[in-house]
Write a protein that binds this ligand. Structure first.
Ligand code: FES
Ligand code: FES
Length: 234
């Protein structure tokens, strides 16, 4: 999988390529505060974390009694609400017991510890969660895990590894097709699917085919260059 830079290593460009395929302005990252009012990310998060804990945790933190195990009836109820299923992910079979409302995205990230697939909008609008199901790309946030018994699911972890990259992963690195990297795994999964789809030869065709994958950093022109390089070399 492509190496994603840390926040500290990344920069948001001063101008977004006007050829970007989605409306970049609609998804631009929040602007920086002025120097005089700027808080460090660490400082901001630590304040936010303290405030968030204070707001959310009083019933727990205020209690001085020793925590007790949940009653047997409660344990039983939690188990009753789950279903057993088997999922095939990246060529491996997994026996799971899930709440039937678990999305495929949450199952991959939380139950199978495959965090390469990202949660962006969680509403089918950004493409960050794109995976392949039986070779076709899907937004995993819009799909329940229980719908995928007997399906072949592939995540970004399944198409390449750091010592053996998929050509599309290598092309994204070569063309700087990412900045923060948050959209990158979804972009790459869509791009790999495009290789097998009936997509015309031009950059405009690629932009149309990738329209469901939003990049808040506006790395679109480099992404298109990466996709086109792989398309023209295979
Ligand atoms: S997280 Fe699924 S489309 Fe945005
Ligand atoms: S590289 Fe940051 S969202 Fe695309």
């Amino acid at each position: 999988m492509a190496k994603h830079p840390t926040d500290a290593e990344t920069e948001v460009p001063s101008a977004v390529d006007s050829e970007s395929y989605p409306d970049s302005a609609a998804v631009a990252p929040p602007s920086e505060a002025t120097p005089s009012s700027r808080l460090s990310r660490r400082s901001f998060l630590s304040h936010l974390g303290a405030a968030g804990l204070a707001a959310a945790a009083p019933p727990v933190l205020a209690s001085t009694s020793t925590p007790t195990a949940p009653p047997a009836a409660q344990k039983e109820a939690l188990t009753e609400g789950t279903v057993a299923l088997n999922l095939r992910v990246n060529g491996q079979s997994h026996a799971l017991q899930l709440d039937p409302r678990t999305t495929l995205l949450d199952c991959l990230r939380e139950n199978l510890a495959l965090p390469g697939t990202k949660k962006g909008c969680d509403h089918g609008q950004c493409g960050a969660c794109t995976v392949h199901v039986n070779g076709r790309r899907v937004n995993s946030c819009l799909s329940f895990a229980v719908m995928h018994r007997n399906d072949e699911i592939t995540t970004i972890e399944g198409i390449g590894q750091p010592d053996h990259l998929h050509p599309m992963q290598a092309a994204f690195i070569e063309h700087d097709g990412y900045q923060c990297g948050y959209c990158t795994s979804g972009q790459i999964m869509s791009a790999v699917a495009v290789l097998k789809e009936n997509v015309g030869p031009t950059d405009a065709d690629v932009k149309q085919a990738m329209y469901g994958n939003i990049c808040r950093c506006g790395a679109y022109s480099n992404i298109v260059a990466a996709v086109q390089q792989v398309r023209h070399s295979t």
